[in-house]
Write a protein that binds this ligand. Structure first.
Ligand SMILES: C[S@@+](CC[C@H](N)C(=O)[O-])C[C@H]1O[C@@H](n2cnc3c(N)ncnc32)[C@H](O)[C@@H]1O
Length: 271
């Protein structure tokens, strides 16, 4: 049996500026929750290291914001952001598996960034999640939509090659992401007003093998976990993948352009 991929918050945060950009773009489209005593109740599904969860607390200073995640490594990093917020709200974190998570109380806002692609069947949870929204409440999320990009197709091919198939075959999947129109259809059918769109960012990365460095924080986690304890194999795999990536993402005079498609959904319950 394969061990669940372990996360490395430090590696993940190496590209935090680029990674946070879609969160800012999502946040800009989220309407303010209706006022309620004690401030809005907000949950961030798959909060990771907590840096984007803290942006929710900054946007709604009176809110009680809870970040949920299944990774002890990420939650340990997120703990640094926990506590009362200057506007009288508070920020806390808890361990949860989103596969079977359902809200235990009415929520004004459910947010998720770069996480639901790792939760198979997450759209099946939409009825339970949106039923917990207060009138005028919002479900807002962004997921990567780049599983057909070279960074992923090359990784899948390498894992499935004769050299690695026995140890890594099937390890790297295609993500559990729907098209914007599919999300829109499902959430509209639940009675919500939906704004769904996609954006392809052109991230300009610098340094040697920057796309490899980016994927070490995300797509490569399952491979690095599976090969941990075998430095020789890890080095060999990374050298092969780096060479493939160099062919797909050429370095230019100003750096390496890394196109990254993302899908966005903001769905609001009628007030
Ligand atoms: C790429 S990180 C995103 C972190 C943060 N939301 C951000 O935008 O930077 C994905 C996070 O989803 C979490 N995750 C993946 N599957 C999960 C699950 N089934 N339940 C809870 N968290 C999960 C991982 O532990 C990880 O912290």
């Amino acid at each position: 049996m394969r061990t669940a991929a372990t996360w490395d918050p430090r590696q993940y945060l190496r590209h935090s500026g680029h990674r946070a950009r879609p969160f800012h773009d999502l946040l800009a489209r989220i309407p303010d929750p209706a006022p309620r005593p004690g401030g809005p109740r907000v949950v961030d599904l798959g909060c990771g290291s907590g840096n984007v969860t803290a942006l929710l607390a900054a946007r709604w200073p009176t809110a009680h914001v809870t970040g949920l995640d299944s990774s002890p490594e990420m939650l340990a990093e997120a703990a640094a952001h926990a506590g009362p917020t200057p506007g009288g709200g508070r920020l806390d974190f808890a361990r949860a598996d989103l596969t079977d998570w359902t809200p235990a109380e009415p929520l004004d806002l459910i947010v998720s960034s770069a996480t639901l692609q790792r939760v198979p069947g997450h759209a099946g949870s939409f009825p339970a999640w949106t039923a917990a929204l207060t009138p005028g409440g919002t479900l807002a999320f962004t997921v990567p939509g780049n599983f057909r990009a070279p960074s992923h197709t090359l990784l899948r091919e390498l894992c499935g090659s004769a050299r690695w198939r026995d140890r890594l075959g099937g390890l790297h999947g295609t993500g559990h992401v729907l098209e914007p129109a599919d999300y829109l259809g499902r959430l509209t059918a639940l009675g919500l007003t939906v704004d769904a769109w996609e954006t392809t960012y052109s991230h300009l990365l610098t340094g040697p093998d920057p796309v490899l460095d980016w994927t070490k924080g995300t797509a490569l986690r399952p491979v690095l976990t599976a090969l941990s304890g075998d430095p020789g194999a890890t080095e060999e795999f990374l050298a092969s993948y780096a060479e493939l990536l160099r062919g797909a993402y050429a370095a230019g005079p100003h750096g390496t352009v890394f196109p990254f498609r993302r899908v966005f959904v903001v769905a609001r319950r009628p007030a």
